[in-house]
Design a protein around this ligand. Structure first.
Ligand SMILES: Cc1cc2nc3c(=O)[nH]c(=O)nc-3n(C[C@H](O)[C@H](O)[C@H](O)COP(=O)(O)OP(=O)(O)OC[C@H]3O[C@@H](n4cnc5c(N)ncnc54)[C@H](O)[C@@H]3O)c2cc1C
Length: 466
């Protein structure tokens, strides 16, 4: 499985890399350990060394050297990805981008910001808030913007503001041989040549290392309000969410949590929410606009059996209602000490969302693992969180089989095996099932053209380039 037969860096290679980054190269065991895992349930695989570049030029020099020596390079942001993305399964170095963490320029008049890839999204929003602005993509975890671009991240606000694919306008990136490219422009429209920005967004560190991003930003809305509504069944809840979008209601967030997730959050965060299938909403706009949107949603959910509709414009109440959604993943972890979560991600056309969630629920219920379902249902996107014991590796195999049953079902319903988490290691065969071998071969050709020695995050998205 290795590229060549090497199992580590030679002393001369460590010395050459140290000449580029000085003492920002570590082979300390705990640092290697930390960079050999992500938030997936895969067992860790340690890199040979971790390097912390400070600028584009250093990244370029590192890649040029690694390319000539055939050393795999895995870019690393916050390590919050969920499909084994950052695991150096062929060995190699981990390129930790978090010291490239400057917010380079805020451009309020253009509603744009220029950042280095190691800036964390929450930190960016603290800075932007001073100017009444915010960056919209919210994947739950406090990920880096480079990692978010590389995974094509989306999240709770995508229904209103789009994903990273919609919000990255331009970038600087370094190719495998060290060539620096600038792609995209700081314009709202662009029709100049192949769209290399969107090729790199979502490429999971397999085509280039991103060293700078120009992102769209937004004005903080005059008013934000929140609502929650309960349902007797999961299907009623997700069908209501689909109907709200189909009717063109302007929701900024619309999230579904099942009773298990609510129970976890109640236990962990001291809440007392009814343990029922629940939809949470957020509305952004003028005071009159958010009131009107909430009223329309209240009427629609009632038609689908929704009850106990709560609505508020009070800031602390809004936060309280949303706390359940924000805390759900970490609550599940805290309430299952020693266990891991396999969080699968699927998306379907809205018209089949209710059937898709019901089908996955049926598959999960037929197995022995505790699970919960939640998701960005207004995008037709949902996650099944399956609890596993990492000391029982056979469980992971079984869960992979369950995930594969669910993704096959979703693909047969014209959906996708991942709406936002990406392929990583876990969904390589699902990508072929979904897209077909011919399309995956085109991806291979692109990979081979940009990274002929296969040094950039090898073994992810697709099986080896021949
Ligand atoms: C609780 C929780 C909730 C989550 N919810 C969501 C969600 O709602 N939506 C969603 O999309 N994701 C979600 N995720 C997954 C995760 O947060 C995203 O995938 C995120 O975008 C990863 O960013 P990161 O900085 O952690 O990247 P990492 O995990 O460090 O890296 C991810 C990938 O990007 C590559 N990469 C990192 N930096 C660069 C760079 N500068 N240049 C090129 N490649 C790079 C890596 O090689 C790797 O392949 C969630 C994760 C958790 C733990």
């Amino acid at each position: 499985m290795r590229i060549g037969s090497r199992v580590n860096l030679a002393p001369a290679e460590i010395s050459a890399l140290s000449q580029i980054v000085g003492d920002r190269l570590s082979t300390n065991e705990s640092v290697l350990e930390q960079h050999g895992r992500d938030e997936s349930a895969y067992p860790p695989v340690k890199p040979w060394a971790v390097l912390y570049p400070l600028d584009t030029q250093e990244v370029s020099q590192i890649l040029a050297f690694c390319n000539s020596e055939r050393i795999p390079v895995i870019a690393f942001g916050a390590g919050s990805s969920l499909e084994g993305h950052v695991l150096p399964i062929h060995g190699g170095i981990s390129l930790d981008m978090t010291r490239m963490n400057k917010i380079l320029e805020v451009m309020p008049a253009d509603l744009m910001v220029r950042v280095e890839p190691g800036v964390h999204r929450m930190e960016l929003n603290v800075r932007l808030a001073h100017e009444g602005l915010f960056f919209s993509v919210d994947p739950g975890a406090d990920a880096t913007l480079g990692g978010m671009a590389a995974t094509g991240a989306a999240g709770t606000t995508t229904v209103r503001y789009g994903s990273m694919k919609d919000n990255v306008l331009a970038m600087t990136a370094v190719l495998a041989d060290g060539t620096v490219i600038n792609v995209g422009r700081g314009t709202r429209k662009l029709s100049a040549g192949y769209d290399l920005t969107r090729l790199i967004v979502g490429s999971e560190g397999t085509l280039a290392v991103i060293t700078e991003l120009t992102l769209k930003i937004y004005g903080i809305p005059e008013k934000m309000s929140a609502a929650a509504v309960r349902f007797a069944t999961l299907e009623q809840g997700v069908r209501a969410a689909a109907a709200i979008v189909q009717m063109g209601v302007n929701v900024a967030r619309c999230e579904y949590l099942d009773p298990l997730n609510i129970r976890n959050v109640n236990k962990n965060s001291g809440l007392t929410l009814p343990e029922l299938p629940t939809l949470f909403f957020e509305f952004h706009g003028s005071a009159a606009g958010v009131a009107e949107d909430a009223q329309t949603v209240g009427e629609i959910v009632e038609e689908f059996g929704g009850f106990d509709f709560e609505w508020t414009t009070d800031e602390s109440e809004r936060r309280r209602l949303w706390q359940a959604r924000h805390d759900s993943y970490w609550s599940a972890i805290r309430n299952n000490p020693g266990k891991r979560i396999v969080s699968t991600d699927m998306a379907v056309p809205l018209s089949v969302l209710g059937d898709a969630v019901a089908a996955c629920n049926e598959i999960l219920a037929a197995h022995r693992f505790p699970y919960g379902i939640l998701g960005h249902v207004a995008d037709g996107n949902f996650h099944c969180m399956v609890i596993t014991d990492p000391t029982q590796p056979d469980e992971l195999e079984e869960i992979r089989e369950i995930t594969s049953q669910m993704t096959s079902k979703i693909i047969s319903m014209k959906g996708t095996c991942t709406g936002e988490h990406g392929i990583g290691l876990a969904k390589i065969s699902a990508l072929v099932e979904e897209t077909g071998a011919a399309a995956v071969n085109v991806m291979r050709m692109i990979k081979k053209a940009l990274d002929p020695n296969n040094i950039l995050n090898p073994g992810k998205i697709m099986t080896e380039v021949e």
